[in-house]
Design a protein around this ligand. Sequence first.
Ligand SMILES: NC(=O)c1ccc[n+]([C@@H]2O[C@H](COP(=O)([O-])OP(=O)(O)OC[C@H]3O[C@@H](n4cnc5c(N)ncnc54)[C@H](OP(=O)(O)O)[C@@H]3O)[C@@H](O)[C@H]2O)c1
Length: 423
Amino acid sequence: MSDRDLSVVVFGATGVTGRHVAAYLSTRAEEVGARWAVAGRDAAKLERVLGEIGVTAPETIVADVGAPASLAAMASRTKVVLDLVGPYTLYGEPVIEACVAAGTHYVDLTAEMPFVRRMIDAHDERAAAAGVKVVEVSGFEAFPPDLAVALAAETARQRWDEDLSEVDLAVTTQQPTGRRLGLADIVSGGTMQSIAEALADEGAESFTDAAVLVPDPEAAGRVRERSPIALAPRFNARGDVIAPMVPAAFINPAVIQRTAALAAGERGATFQPFRYREGIAMPGSGATLPLRFVGAAFLAGTQAVFGALTRAQPSVRRRVADFLRRALPSSGFGPKGEKLEGWTWQVAVDARTAGGHYVRVDLDADGHPGYLSTARMLGEAGLLLAEDGATPGRGGCLTPAAALGTGSLDRFGRAGLRLSVSS
Ligand SMILES: NC(=O)c1ccc[n+]([C@@H]2O[C@H](COP(=O)([O-])OP(=O)(O)OC[C@H]3O[C@@H](n4cnc5c(N)ncnc54)[C@H](OP(=O)(O)O)[C@@H]3O)[C@@H](O)[C@H]2O)c1
């Protein structure tokens, strides 16, 4: 990649998330001596949107998913493409193809799991042979949980030469005080349209499978047996109600098990999945317990309905997806401006090894998790991937943790993420 004049390109920089990736790089790239550019299908819109948020990009590239030559030209100029053009089920593959062909690392934010599996089947071998990293699911789902669990696993191997046997992960979030939040403050139209597309996908049934990203059938069977995805609300050791992860409980488990499978493969070991449970912790007083439990049960119920829909007849799924495409907000809708500030969130990992050792990883962060933190993490990940020797030297369709490793995690402090380990 020594011939590349750019380190990172933000493709889809006019979107709700893309504009914040551009904002992050506009201050951060210079600090690390990286040259970056924004890309999108409409140069005038790029200029207008970035002007609105006060961002000046060193360069603008015009590229459209429907014009393969424009994607090839974009990919051949840079070391890393950060792809913010979703729904990925519709628009992701041409960008991945262009990046693999050009020998350029690719990172996206998809959580459309059937699509991710299809990309592994179609592009893993070629990407691995070319030393290209195709890194999907790199947003709030599943970047922070994946890195935190990988750090726990690595700690256990370094300290006791043991694998993890059980992992519990809890997320807590604190919203800005004194502000009423509506739907547009929480989730974007791009995300909602992506859920509709994943439902219409021919492989929708695999969405709820914890082993969807583990292609080896025997290893996948072990994941399903050891660690099926459970939606029912429960309590943790501190008595907090644990609700299923939102927007979907089906994303992180699949990514985390793939990371563990890839790590076992690297060591030449047989992959033995750990039991993984996750959720949103809802702490509170005894008086609010019934309310919290009902809230968690409601979240579990809506996800159970979604899970049932993924297993419905294709004609039913397509009709529901059609309805959702029209009924749900679309591109451009979502949290913006000051609504993204004032959020804080934490991830706590409690992990045990087969030998009874205990590892705790804490991650503490600020910024709206889905759109501001996500944008900053993605920007920093792009810069890291563009730096020689900053990440493990392997290619293929990787998870965030497998692609980035744990050696440079302190770099994410600049993106507002602080990690600590105890045992
Ligand atoms: N997992 C997570 O934590 C997480 C977090 C945030 C977002 N996401 C995912 O990221 C994706 C983007 O979300 P968002 O809310 O930022 O979406 P958005 O606001 O709808 O932005 C989509 C972007 O794609 C561009 N685009 C659409 N069609 C294109 C084409 N043919 N060629 C080139 N560019 C095209 C749009 O450009 P125009 O402005 O020209 O239309 C826009 O820049 C979604 O799939 C969402 O689910 C995931």
